[in-house]
Design a protein around this ligand. Structure first.
Ligand code: KE4
Length: 439
């Protein structure tokens, strides 16, 4: 039984809701990581958000560094996005027919990502990754795929193999219900390890359709690519005729206007997007060269479909979000805030002699109770989870809402001000004191 969260925070409404929720929803939540399995205690049920803050049903307010796991890069209920969604809703929620907004957002994304000449909207990152893999297999005529330990690309069967988010947190190695026939075509190697990638190609070479990678790994903590890693993947894929897929569901429009592919100047063959492109509503996409995307139905034979793909409300939220992001200085400001917080946490841990590391890339950041730097899942798993849990709970009690798992990344928004970072670092002082007492 998870330990109760101690402290003065009122929780009665959240706890009552969780008792009801558990009767009708597995674990009381609609996505596993939300259940606080990795940190213990009852998760607060959230009533509303405004700017950088969210408020639970018991009236507790929090500075939010989860941001719905990445989409809320403008903060909660940004007025321009709320107006755009309201306007779209008055015109009708969905038509199952082409709409002008889908053309506009496709053009905006292709302008930002030179490697994407065409794209297809879907409703989740899982669908985007699943569809990109199908296209890669069709385009190459090959069956096997290569992913990275700790890489999470959604819960499609072929990819649920020691994934980072959720599965690693809950310790489910892969998942029951996934036939081994579905996963024996998926190879995986440690992140940031080009020699292991070369070895996989020696073993599977001409049957590897693609390599799918998070260009900044965000599902084992925040693990940036080591210098040369992404360039090396590009070169190995070219040498073996395999496609390189950047899963930018998290990094897209998060680490730079043009995503990680622009930041690191490496062009993938296919790109998966999600989160930010929907501005908090369900939208995701996969895209690539015209030659590749023209193989997708109805232009080509590779089948993929979706009732709510390109949904007008999600497109309205996504379009307005992208409009707000395509402005000078946006990503410099996001990175300055993330970096200041990551550095401030490190300084306070070091001052207490606590083994701790942190990383920040654009508007995403992460930290671990580990000497660091984290290079792969093995490093992430070697971190001190007891101290993470104690630090997490102390920060939550202080009104700082961090990702409830060491295998996640945290997210900065344009609504977070310097004063919010200062408030967070003040809370971290006593949180580190409490974590230091955990042996
Ligand atoms: P969705 O199917 O959850 O929209 O996207 C799957 C996905 C694909 N690729 C990457 C790199 C991702 O990070 C994700 C989903 N991210 C998790 C958080 N690490 C979503 C939170 C959750 O699972 O509840």
């Amino acid at each position: 039984m998870a330990e109760p969260v101690s402290g003065p925070r009122a929780q009665s409404e959240s706890k009552a809701l969780m008792r009801r929720a558990r009767r009708r929803i597995p674990g009381g939540v609609n996505s596993p990581v939300r259940a606080y399995g990795a940190v213990g205690g009852a998760p607060p049920f959230i009533a509303r958000g405004r700017g950088p803050r969210i408020f639970d049903v018991d009236g507790n307010g929090y500075l939010d560094y989860v941001g719905s796991w990445g989409p809320l890069i403008l903060g909660h209920a940004p007025p321009a996005v709320v107006r755009a969604v309201k306007r779209a809703a008055t015109l009708g929620a969905s038509f199952g027919a082409p709409t002008p907004g889908e053309v506009e957002i496709a053009e905006a994304i292709c302008r930002a990502l030179p490697a994407v000449e065409q794209l297809r909207f879907v409703s989740s990152g899982t669908e985007a990754a699943m569809s990109a893999l199908r296209l890669a297999r069709a385009a190459t005529g090959r069956r096997k795929i290569l992913k990275f330990e700790g890489g999470y690309h959604g819960h499609a069967d072929a990819l649920l193999l020691g994934a980072g988010s959720g599965v690693a947190t809950l310790g489910i190695p892969g998942s029951p219900g996934v036939p081994e026939e579905f996963t024996k075509l998926t190879a995986q190697v440690p992140y940031n390890d080009l020699s292991a990638v070369a070895g996989a190609f020696r073993n599977h070479g001409e049957d590897l359709a693609c390599v799918i990678v998070e260009p900044v790994a965000g599902n084992m903590g925040c693990v940036p690519p080591r210098p040369g890693f992404l360039e090396g993947l590009r070169e190995i894929c070219d040498r073996h005729g395999a496609l390189l897929i950047f899963d930018e569901v998290m990094t897209g429009f998060r680490v730079a206007w043009g995503g990680a592919q622009r930041r690191y100047k490496v062009s993938p063959d296919l790109t998966c997007l999600g989160k930010v492109v929907g501005g908090g509503l369900p939208a995701a996409a996969y895209g690539g060269s015209r030659a590749l995307m023209q193989q997708v139905a109805p232009a080509g034979p590779v089948y993929q479909a979706g009732t709510l793909s390109g949904n007008p409300l999600a497109v309205a939220a996504g379009l307005e979000t992208l409009r707000q992001l395509e402005r000078p200085g946006v990503y410099e400001r996001l990175e300055a805030r993330s970096t200041a917080l990551a550095a401030g946490l490190r300084a306070r841990a070091e001052a207490r002699g606590i083994e701790f590391c942190s990383a920040a890339v654009g508007g995403m950041f992460g930290f671990a109770f580990h000497p660091g730097p984290l290079r792969n899942l093995e490093d992430a798993r070697a971190a001190h989870t007891g101290r993470f849990k104690r630090f997490f709970r102390a920060m939550l009690e202080a009104g700082i809402y961090l990702p409830p798992s060491p295998y996640e990344s945290a997210f900065m928004s344009l609504a977070h001000r310097r004063a919010d970072i200062a408030e967070t670092l003040r809370a971290a002082e006593s949180a580190f004191d409490k974590a230091a007492r955990v042996r």
